[in-house]
Structure formats: C-alpha cells, structure tokens
Design a protein around this ligand. Structure first.
Ligand SMILES: Nc1ncnc2c1ncn2[C@@H]1O[C@H](COP(=O)(O)OP(=O)(O)OP(=O)(O)O)[C@@H](O)[C@H]1O
Ligand SMILES: [Mg+2]
Length: 425
C-alpha cells in the first residue's frame, strides 16, 4: 500500500526517519496503528445522518483517526481563529479541488447576486451560493468534473460539490481555534441541515475535531443538533498501541531497538503518540547518522536530549517560569516533578502532598503544609507558567496538569539529565 503524503516511499528508495516518524503530521497509512476506539468512529461515519464530534487532548491522535477512518472521502478544512463562517465554507469548496468561482449571497439580500463580505458571516445558513468551477474526484481515475451551480441554497451547493468530488466527510479540524459564537452557531446549523439531507446526499456529513475536555466545550449544540450528533473522546493510546508504533516504525526503517529502550519510550509517551514519534524520530536519525547498530539505552538518552529541545516550545517557557531557580526547598519544582512521576492524572491536595512526600524526603515540619498550598496556588498563575489547573467538585479541590503533555516533558528533562538540582538531591 502506498503511503500518502510522504516522500521516499517510491520503490527502491529506503524510507527516511522523517517519512516514518512524523510528530508534527498525522500518521501515514503505513504507520497507522489501529486503536480500540477506531470502530466507534467508523460506525459513526457510516450511520445515516449522524454528525460527529471528535475531542480530546492535544497530540492524542484525533486528526489521524478521522483521516484514517474517512480515507479518500474526506475534505479537510483547518480552522483558524480569524476565520468567519463564509471563510470556512470557502475553504471547504476549495478543498474539493479547483473551484474557479464561488459567490455567496444572503438569501434575504434585496439584490440577489451581490457579493457577500466576511462581515455577513453571522448570516450563516441564510446564504445562497453560486458556484462555477471544476472539482477533482479522489478516485483512481482522477476525473475532473465541471460543476456549475446557479444560486442554490448554500447547503445544497456544498452537497452537490462534495458529491461531484466524491467526498462524504467535511472535516472541520482544529475547531478549538474557533472562538466566535456566531461561527459555532452557523456550523451547528449546517450540521442539522446536512443531517436532514443524509438520504438524498448519500450520507454526506460533517466531522468536527479539536482539543477539548468535552464535546460541549468544543461545540455547544441545541437539542435538535445533539440528537443528530455522536461525540467520541480520543483518550491517550494504550501502552501496547504505543509499543506497536515504535515496533512498526523501527521495523520499516530496519532499525533494531532494545526492549528496555522501547519500554522507556513507551513510559515517557504516557499514551501520547506525539511524544513517541518525536523521540523515535531522533533515535532513528542518530542510529543512521552515527552508524550505530541499534537503539540501546545510551543512544536513547542522546535522542531524548535532542527531542526535549524540540518539545512543544510553549512548555519550555512555562516550565522555566514555574520552577524556582535557587533555594533549598523549591516546593514548586518538587510538586511538578512528583506529579509528573505519578501514575494518576488528577489529585486532591492530600494526594499532591503524598506524591511530594513519596518522591522527596520531607524537609519541612510534617504538620505544616502551607508552603505546598501556596506553591500550588502559584503554579496556576500565568506569571508562573500556569502549568497546573484546579477545579472544585462538591467543595473539594482537584489538581491536574493544564497541558497533558507536561508530565512527558518533565520526565524527559529528568531522563536527559537536564535538572542538576534534582540530581544533586
Ligand atoms: N493511530 C496512530 N498510529 C500511529 N501514530 C499515530 C496514531 N495517531 C496519532 N499518531 C501520531 O501522533 C501524533 C499526533 O497525532 P495527531 O496529529 O493525529 O493528533 P491530534 O490529536 O490531532 O493533535 P492536535 O490536537 O495537536 O491536533 C502524530 O505524530 C501522529 O503521526
Ligand atoms: Mg489534530
């Protein structure tokens, strides 16, 4: 099977590490490791009229899953904060191939046919679209079809163009970037309208994906919209799935990896395939660059050192703000290391205290934990990096990392010997 969108896969060319390990791009078909939740997404895509919301942590594999499940039938649109609803629709038509001219007008405009500016985005589905152009089908024949739509309701114009291009899924990715309630409302309306036409359109549908703790946080829906929508949470991957990514990628590159090294990569990944790809990319490059025989713990240490430099830059800045750069007790640093080392991902105050005590010999008097309380408070403030967040349930406060990749990052710093203070303890 050919790998889409990667080079070096032509016959006779050995694949390069960057063709296989792609921390910043969705996994190609060869590298796709199937997941427990895969069938949930496929079933939702097949269900007549069902619209889909895919949500979860950053780097958990949302985009990869949707692209893999929808295959050639997907038209993907990347959302940006500054995009209006009409911009998104324009992008949708654009992703169908070579649309030459698309004009959208509001149906209630007195002179139908006047071009509509982005400012009218709030008009949402009141739009009438006029389209001329060619769309490319993604089928093997690569047929290009001429499409001309004379003033159809926008929804119908979109469905006609998608049908002609043989796409069944309009994929609005990175939807967490959309902040405008107007844009969200229009998308929700579009979902209803498309759902109602499922029968005649051949089950064309919308998939919305983005970083969120819940589907509602990503896109609040009216009752009629939620009735038509299935939401799927993409949780971190299982350990055996992460191990499969390592084994598969190294296997394709014909690089041997020691079992303890593979286990270490999986431990550091904590279910986030982004981390796995990042570390393995560097390890594979090192093996090839230094003509090493295999990935062992020593080479892996070097790879982690390189990988941590490239880890989401935002985390580095936040971490620097969070930790104390002098002093003896350094409670904020202790908290971050202890929690990163913990197997759980949320804690009560008492559990934070236990984690800190388990990782470090208690240096303060046991009965006084005010210092921990103050430190936890600071760790939530932007000026201290905001790495920790908290929330209350029935009067009880819970704490967690604001960025779920933070534990991996912190543990990679430790593994890379980048924390002399900690090592000296
Ligand atoms: N099923 C999988 N098999 C192999 N690799 C995967 C899989 N899912 C994700 N990955 C890899 O993990 C990384 C993150 O994946 P992806 O971009 O799909 O995540 P995401 O949840 O969409 O992230 P973001 O929230 O940042 O958009 C990529 O390097 C991708 O190649
Ligand atoms: Mg994504």
């Amino acid at each position: 099977m050919e790998d889409i969108g990667t080079s070096g896969t032509a016959q006779g060319t050995a694949p390069k590490p960057e063709d296989i390990f792609t921390p910043r791009a969705p996994a190609g078909r060869r590298m796709f490791v199937s997941r427990e939740i895969g069938p949930k997404i496929t079933n939702a895509l097949n269900e007549m009229g069902a619209q889909l919301i895919v949500y979860g942590d950053t780097g958990a594999g949302k985009t990869t899953l949707v692209l893999e499940s929808a295959q050639e039938s997907v038209a993907r649109v990347e959302c940006h904060q500054e995009k209006s609803f009409t911009d998104l629709i324009r992008d949708a038509f654009g992703s169908l191939g070579m649309v030459q001219e698309l004009r959208m007008t509001t149906s209630n405009a007195t002179e139908l046919g006047a071009e509509v500016g982005a400012g009218l985005a709030a008009g949402g589905l009141g739009f009438v679209a006029k389209l001329t152009g060619r769309v490319q089908t993604k089928s093997q024949s690569q047929v290009t079809k001429e499409v001309e739509i004379i003033e159809q309701p926008l929804v119908d114009a979109l469905l006609t163009a998608m049908g002609a291009a043989e796409r069944r899924v309009l994929f609005l990715d990175n939807f967490d970037h959309i902040v405008s309630d107007n844009v969200k409302r229009s998308v929700a309306e579009l979902m209803i309208a498309i759902s109602d036409r499922a029968d005649s359109s051949g089950n064309i549908k919308i998939v919305v994906a983005g970083i969120a703790d819940s589907a509602g946080e990503l896109l609040g829906l009216s009752d009629s919209a939620s009735r038509r929508t299935i939401s799927v949470r993409v949780a971190p991957m299982r350990d055996n799935e992460i191990r499969e990514i390592i084994a598969r990628g190294m296997g394709i590159l014909a690089i041997a990896i020691d079992d303890d090294a593979a286990k270490k990569v999986a431990d550091l990944s904590r279910g986030y395939p982004y981390v796995t790809h990042l570390i393995c990319l560097h390890a594979a490059r090192l093996v090839i660059g230094t003509k090493a025989q295999r990935v062992d713990r020593k080479l892996l240490g070097q790879a982690i050192r390189l990988a941590v430099e490239e880890f989401e830059l935002d985390l580095e800045t936040r971490f620097r703000k969070a930790i104390e750069h002098s002093g003896v007790s350094r409670p904020r640093t202790r908290i971050l290391y202890s929690l990163a080392d913990s197997r759980r991902n949320e804690w009560t105050f008492g559990e934070v205290r236990d984690e800190v005590e388990a990782s470090f010999e208690a240096t303060e008097s046991k009965s006084d934990y005010t210092y921990l309380n103050i430190a936890l408070g600071k760790l939530q403030k932007p000026e201290y990096g905001g790495l920790i967040r908290s929330w209350k349930v029935r009067g009880k406060t819970f704490y967690a990392f604001a960025n779920p990749l933070a534990p991996s990052y912190i543990q990679m710093l430790v593994a890379a010997n980048r924390v002399p203070w900690l090592l000296g303890e």
